[in-house]
Design a protein around this ligand. Structure first.
Ligand code: DQA
Length: 144
């Protein structure tokens, strides 16, 4: 079974109620259900969320041995975390950086990403459907 890990950082547990004008009304549970629905046979989706920086680092470590690809929305840690960057550097599978919004159209502090230099691909600005796009993209990258 090919595992794709979908890792989500702080405040994304409140998707659906959090600033819906920016992030939409779809919840993380909806996103997980949708990914599982569209995942082709032989592909399993492991979706996790944490509000802690160290927790996100550990989820990346967990993915290291078993994931064929990682989709990560590091949320605010995108813009602050060298620890997340360093953990991602240890992955030797494709990594897709994902954002529901397009951070480049927002405040300047969101314009810098510590993650982008190690991301294989980036999906941003498509709202919740970005997760599906990222899944499609990562499956193409791994030839599934
Ligand atoms: C986000 C964008 C980040 O700037 C922000 O801190 C988030 C969510 C997005 O999905 O658009 O928490 O990663």
């Amino acid at each position: 079974m090919t595992q794709i890990h979908v890792l989500n950082g702080p405040n994304l547990n409140l998707l659906g109620v959090r600033e819906p004008e920016i992030y939409g009304s779809t919840t993380l549970a909806d996103i997980e259900a949708r990914l599982k629905e569209v995942a082709p046979e032989g592909v399993s989706i492991v979706l996790k969320q944490t509000n802690y920086e160290g927790g996100l680092v550990e989820l990346i470590h967990d993915a290291r041995e078993i994931a064929a690809g990682v989709i990560i929305n590091p949320a605010a840690y995108t813009h602050t975390s060298v620890a997340v960057l360093d953990a991602l550097k240890m992955l030797d599978v494709p990594v897709i950086e994902l954002h529901l919004s397009n951070p480049h159209t927002r405040e300047t502090f969101r314009h810098h990403s510590f993650v982008s230099p190690v991301a294989t691909g980036i999906v941003a600005g498509f709202g919740a459907s970005g997760y599906e796009l990222a899944l499609k993209g990562i499956l193409a990258l791994i030839g599934h």
